[in-house]
Design a protein. Structure first.
Length: 162
């Protein structure tokens, strides 16, 4: 079962290892990132980053669809993680039965855009993806990690401001 979906430029890192994975009792992580898959060193680092006992794989968007579909119906508590909401949009378009919630964290500043929070930069591509996710009924909330005492900021409340 898919229990957590996250967008974070860092993919799997300390907060995932110490907070998100234990809090959600995750035993399977599926990374979706074309760049990481194409770089053998990054791929190996990603796959070794999960805590002991947690299976961790990374796939291209196309290759991720089958393992994600399997995790939708099995009992493996699964985290799906991608660098950008635009990648997650492709998954929601292909697999509409995914849980309708995305936790969005770090997106570094790039081209034109705006800040949602000090660590989340929304460029036009991500803004379009967030709007499409919203239209699909997906609740996107911006929070570093659950329980960080910061308020959740939801795209549905922010979209009209930008």
């Amino acid at each position: 079962m898919i229990v957590f979906i996250r967008s974070d430029d860092r993919l799997i890192h300390g907060q995932c290892q110490t907070k998100i994975i234990p809090l959600n009792k995750i035993n399977r992580v599926i990374g979706v990132d074309d760049e990481t898959v194409q770089n053998p060193m990054l791929k190996k680092v990603f796959e070794m980053a999960a805590p002991s006992g947690v299976r961790c794989t990374v796939h291209s968007v196309k290759e991720a669809l089958e393992p994600i579909r399997k995790c939708c119906v099995n009992d493996k508590r699964t985290l799906i993680i991608a660098r950008r909401p635009s990648t997650l949009l492709k998954l929601f378009q292909a697999i509409p039965e995914l849980p309708k919630s995305i936790n969005c964290a770090n997106i570094p500043q790039s081209k034109e855009g705006f800040l949602i929070r000090r660590d989340i930069w929304i460029d036009p591509e991500q803004q379009a993806a967030l709007s499409e996710l919203d239209a699909l009924g997906v609740d996107v909330y911006f929070q570093q990690f659950p329980g960080n005492n910061g308020p959740e900021i939801h795209w549905k409340d922010e979209k009209g401001k930008h």
